[in-house]
Design a protein around this ligand. Sequence first.
Ligand code: FES
Ligand code: FES
Length: 206
Amino acid sequence: MLDLPSEHPATSYVLHVNGADRPVTDAWIGESLLYVLRERLGLAGAKDGCSQGECGACNVQVDGRLVASCLVPAATAAGSEVRTVEGLAVDGEPSDVQRALAECGAVQCGFCIPGMAMTVHDLLEGNHAPSELETRQALCGNLCRCSGYRGVLDAVNEVIAGREAASEAASAPAQESAEADEARIPHQAAPGAGSVQAHLQDGGMA
Ligand code: FES
Ligand code: FES
């Protein structure tokens, strides 16, 4: 009997997600990254809003680039660094972007927020102080049916201000200590300066 190729060829591979190796075994080769993250790896942060690259709810980063995970075949991401919304937390706490989104009223039903948070992180990684226009352009692929986007724009501004204040606070002690060190170093007088000889040379008139 003729051995026909399967219509659904399976494959096994390892995804590297949020710093950990996550093996995927015997999976249909056409499964999307979104499907594998949610259904096989239990990472349900990325949401399935449209399955066709239109809503941004499924956004994740692959090798530092923002992608719609519903459009990426998971097997092609093997060997790449995948970062999902679950990887944004720092020491188990929500990131500054996630906190700002909540504090600025951007979170209503919350469905779009994981993708929104990934987009804002991605934006601020490449541009530390985006203008409102640049922020709007970055967010144009993220649809929200609830909040009207004002809260998201405010959240971005809050994060920018918070990061600037933190970096100024971090550099201030270093600057103070540099000034203190300078104050402690005695300035060496130029040869002959202040000596009796100088006065003798100018006839004691200086
Ligand atoms: S679910 Fe991927 S863009 Fe909408
Ligand atoms: S908060 Fe509901 S879709 Fe954005």
